[in-house]
Design a protein around this ligand. Structure first.
Ligand code: ARG
Length: 590
């Protein structure tokens, strides 16, 4: 379906042409003076240069050509040549009626859908999920849903870190604690036990302990590095242990991501790319892309116009072992072979930006990716506490994600049960949904690349620019709709059509609803969920303003009443689809 603003632009372009000017000058934008008009066109200013005429004259020519327009209800020319616009009421109403009937609710579907892989989540096996991983999961999930809503084939891949030193550390620590385990017997030939020799809570205690020790004790670290090397080079017992670590850890990660409403299509890991490394290294060598530098195999990636130094991309260390780089490049080889993506988007901490610049340049230069494959780095900032430092627990430790979610859930539960009596089970469910909205909206409403302050009190408030406020608005609409259905038992389906606006607040609400499609498209083009947040906050405010000024259920004229009901039902639909794109949903009551 063609966007509201694009239809306006077409009308404007036709008017420019009719008046004898270049139609491409007829750009229409949302007004930055909403007190004067709803939309505006500044094309006469640009036309003035081109045609050596006063902009005011040109604007008047265009306005004359717009006489009787079905799109614009009011066209006003103001000095020095701005064209101020108001939408025609029928055009607006017709657009909303068409939008309500459209299965995509006016979001245009891509004519050439792309295969897009989103690399997000990125948790490390055997390390508890902490708030640092929250952003990648929350932002990536939203980007995935937004691109999917445009009809693209989007594949979400968690790309777990499972191949690095953390594995060697855990194995080393386990060996110290239980040297008798069969995994450490070099002569053992039989099958290894099916049951892991540790639980997830033990595993989570082992890793920080081992990591702490390795920092104190160089010999311990040396051992861990050796264990990592052996794991990667065919030590059977270590490999069997690694499989246990993976299974226990992934089960826990699935639960945690599930609680966050984050779903991955692929649960691939760094280790899945390992089989692609040997051929890739051969290829890089044989084609002269890689050369040896102080024993290491590297690919130069600096470019002429670089203003800062971009170091070479290291493919193999001098001891022949592979690195984070190697895995990411081999993962691109694997992805091309298995999915042939048109685009790969990495949602990773922005501190890894330089690293990804190297990887992307290397992949392009060496033609590991197709020439037309887009590689994008969506770097996010740090989540800080109120003190402006990286978010910690009250005791100063690293906050575990599940504790954070539980804390917010409890706070929400108290708020919900404090006001009215509710069934405890339902209250718990509701608290979960509202808590998730607080957490996700609190994150997504900020531009991803910026650091932000995680302020639980602010995020959980039912007022202001928060997730709970948006849910509250949706629930308010749902309750009006439910009452309306009760009043009109015989036709319980709401199928009446939106009417012409009669008040300013109704018009404002209608105009905002008409902007839904272009808001989503803008968010998709810029990979910017915060644009959806800004849009729904404005929409929720417009709805609440309208609601306070308008009798809906008490409206005596049944036709008008049905029209109002259709309008708020569309508002609900737009809000619900929007929050689904952000990755959360609304309860029936709260
Ligand atoms: N596991 C990594 C980390 O915790 C993030 C992975 C990001 N994705 C990638 N393809 N490198 O830093």
């Amino acid at each position: 379906m063609k966007q509201f603003i694009n239809q306006m632009e077409e009308e404007m372009a036709a008017a420019f042409e009719k008046a004898g000017y270049d139609p491409s000058l007829g750009k229409v934008t949302v007004s930055n003076r909403p007190d004067l008009c709803e939309y505006q066109c500044n094309g006469a200013m640009a036309a003035a240069k081109k045609y050596h005429k006063a902009p005011f004259v040109i604007a008047n020519d265009v306005a004359a050509a717009l006489q009787g327009s079905r799109v614009f209800g009011e066209v006003t020319v103001v000095n020095p040549g701005f064209i101020n616009l108001k939408a025609d009421a029928d055009f607006l109403r017709d657009y909303l009626v068409e939008m309500s009937a459209d299965e995509h609710l006016s979001v245009e579907q891509s004519k050439e859908p792309e295969t897009i892989i989103i690399d997000y989540g990125g948790a490390n096996v055997a390390k508890p999920l902490h708030v640092g991983h929250l952003r990648s999961a929350v932002i990536g999930e939203s980007i995935k849903r937004i691109l999917r809503s445009q009809g693209h084939h989007v594949i979400g891949d968690v790309h777990l870190g499972d191949w690095g030193l953390q594995m060697g550390l855990i194995i080393t620590e386990l060996k110290k604690r239980s040297p008798e385990l069969v995994y450490f017997d070099p002569d053992y030939q039989g099958e290894y036990p099916k049951e892991a020799p540790f639980t997830i809570s033990e595993l989570e205690e082992i890793y920080p302990c081992a990591s702490g020790r390795s920092k104190q004790d160089p010999a311990y670290k040396e051992e861990a590095m050796q264990a990592t090397y052996e794991l990667q080079n065919g030590n059977r017992g270590y490999y069997a242990l690694w499989e246990h670590i993976l299974a226990v850890s992934v089960a826990d990660l699935r639960k945690n991501y599930g609680n966050l409403n984050v779903e991955f299509d692929l649960w691939k890991k760094e280790s899945d790319a390992q089989p692609y490394i040997p051929d890739m290294v051969e290829y890089l060598k044989n084609n002269g892309y890689a050369h040896t530098d102080q024993g290491a195999l590297v690919v130069d990636v600096k470019e002429e116009n670089d203003t800062k130094e971009i170091p070479p991309c290291m493919i193999l260390k001098s001891d022949g072992s592979s690195l984070y780089n190697t895995t990411d490049l081999a993962t691109l080889v694997m992805r091309r072979e298995l999915y042939d993506p048109d685009e790969v988007i990495y949602v990773v901490d922005k501190r890894q930006e330089l690293y990804f610049t190297q990887v992307f340049r290397c992949a392009r230069k060496t033609k590991i990716v197709r020439d037309d494959t887009k590689l994008k780095f969506l770097g996010f900032g740090t989540m800080n506490g109120k003190d402006g430092k990286p978010f910690k627990t009250r005791e100063g430790g690293v906050m575990r994600l599940e504790h954070l979610i539980a804390d917010i859930g409890e706070e929400m539960y108290c708020k919900i049960t404090e006001n009215h009596e509710t069934d405890p089970e339902e209250a718990k469910q509701t608290a979960r949904l509202v808590a998730l909205s607080a957490l996700k909206y609190g994150d997504l409403s900020n531009q991803a690349s910026k650091d932000y302050i995680f302020d639980v009190e602010k995020f959980t408030s039912f007022e202001g620019n928060t997730g709970p406020y948006i849910l509250y608005t949706i629930v308010r609409i749902k309750s009006i709709l439910a009452k309306y259905r009760e009043q009109t038992e015989e036709n319980s389906e709401i199928e009446e059509k939106i009417g012409l606006f009669r008040t300013d607040s109704e018009k404002d609400l209608q105009l905002l609803l008409a902007r839904y499609g272009s808001s989503i498209e803008g968010a998709a083009a810029e990979l910017a969920p915060h644009k959806i947040c800004a849009y729904i906050y404005e929409l929720a405010n417009a709805f609440n303003h309208f609601y306070h000024e308008t009798k809906i259920l008490a409206e005596p004229d049944p036709v008008r009443k049905a029209e109002l009901i259709a309008l708020i039902d569309l508002t609900r639909e737009v809000l619900e689809r929007s929050i689904d794109l952000l990755g959360f949903s609304a309860p029936e009551r709260m």
